[in-house]
Ligand binder design. Structure first.
Ligand SMILES: [Ca+2]
Ligand SMILES: [Ca+2]
Length: 379
């Protein structure tokens, strides 16, 4: 009996230890009652106690430029008639930038997303959790901070000429947000110094729910081209006649975007076809736009490379169809030849038959005229 009690005690202690370990990952938190007393949060998973009616809990988070904060809270309610729960984000000037709220009968999950631009090195943002006068009994909060850096760097491309992000020719990706939607990173400015004279092609591919703007400026910051996509998802392209060493500014901005999370776009600066031999700049640049690498092949070869992977199925199908057509044509020709041969044989047989009949008739007609066999002369 004593042994049984001992084993049960050990099992109980193991259960408590496991339960405690599972909860170690989610730190218990309680926010401040105002922004002045907001409690700092780092990325992580947290649990909180009751938020009583008409009270709020405030936290704050520090974001580096080009970082996106995602706060996801599940608030539990014991009020069967429902309560209204709220999550909100405020910028460093304490202006509300995001607010999500919903009716909460048993529990509700609310998310706030925001991406900050590269205008300053760090930002302080405030997070608020709240409930109406019925309150919530507890909550779980997950805070995620995601880097949304531009052009393979560790920063956001600022929107100004002075702080434009230096880039080289190639394929890159970047992030922007809509105006007042999902963040303050509405534009990225890049500075490009061409290594050689020539026609560089700049291409920006936005996500399908975003209308993008592309603007090109010369070294004097004078706009030389501006393109706006015709529709959401429309790819925009600009050809830049550049001089070696003369800086070119390239701005990518969201012209129309309602997404609440950052839009990822592809950005290509295609080098001119210096080694191209047939002068087909467009084709070569398309190749460069696809791969981001300088092209060293002839434009014809490039075109074949470009087209071949895309049209393989079509060509194969067409070829097969053609082969089928050819086969069908061949079969038809053979059938025609066989038919003609049959006609010749039948015709020849009929002709032969007619000749035989005519000969027989002629022979029969000739018989009466045939000199009668003379009786042998009596001798
Ligand atoms: Ca950006
Ligand atoms: Ca930016």
């Amino acid at each position: 009996m004593a042994k049984k009690i001992f084993l049960m005690a050990v099992a109980g202690m193991a259960f408590v230890a496991l339960f405690s370990a599972a909860n170690c990952n989610a730190a218990a938190i309680t926010g401040g009652s105002s922004m002045d007393t907001a409690v700092e949060l780092k990325a992580g998973t947290y649990t909180g106690g009751a938020i009583t009616g008409d009270t709020t809990q405030y936290f704050y988070v520090t974001l580096g430029q080009g970082q996106q904060v995602t706060a996801k809270a599940m608030l539990t309610s014991a009020i069967e008639t429902g309560t209204i729960s709220t999550i909100a984000l405020y910028d460093q000037d304490r202006n509300q930038v995001v607010e999500e709220f919903d009716a909460n009968y048993t529990s509700v999950t609310l998310t706030a997303d925001w991406l900050v631009n590269g205008d300053q090195p760090t930002y302080k943002y405030y997070l608020k959790l709240a409930s109406d006068d019925d309150g919530v009994t507890s909550y779980n909060l997950t805070l995620t901070i995601t880097d949304r850096f531009d052009a393979g760097t560790t920063q956001d491309a600022p929107a100004t000429f002075e702080n434009a992000l230096s880039v080289s020719a190639g394929t890159m990706k970047g992030y922007v947000t809509g105006d007042d939607e999902g963040g303050t990173d509405t534009a990225d400015m890049f500075a490009f110094v061409p290594p050689a004279d020539g026609a560089y092609i700049v291409t920006v591919t936005p996500p399908t729910d975003m209308e993008v703007e592309l603007a090109i400026y010369d070294a004097n910051r004078t706009e030389v081209d501006s393109q706006i996509g015709n529709n959401e998802g429309s790819i925009v392209t600009s050809t830049v006649q550049a001089t070696s060493g003369a800086k070119v500014f390239i701005k990518v901005a969201s012209y129309f975007y309602l997404g609440k999370t950052p839009a990822e776009y592809q950005f290509v600066i295609a080098a001119p076809a210096a080694t191209n031999t047939n002068g087909s700049v467009t084709a070569v640049n398309q190749n460069a736009a696809t791969s981001g690498n300088a092209n060293t092949n002839s434009a014809e070869a490039v075109n074949q490379n470009l087209i071949a992977p895309l049209d393989t199925n079509t060509n194969t199908t067409a070829a097969t169809a053609n082969r089928n057509s050819n086969t069908a044509a061949t079969t038809d020709d053979d059938e025609d030849e066989d038919s003609m041969m049959m006609y010749y044989i039948i015709g020849g047989a009929v002709l032969l038959l007619v000749i035989v009949i005519v000969l027989v008739m002629v022979m029969r007609k000739k018989k009466p005229g045939t000199p009668a066999q003379q009786p042998p002369a009596n001798q």
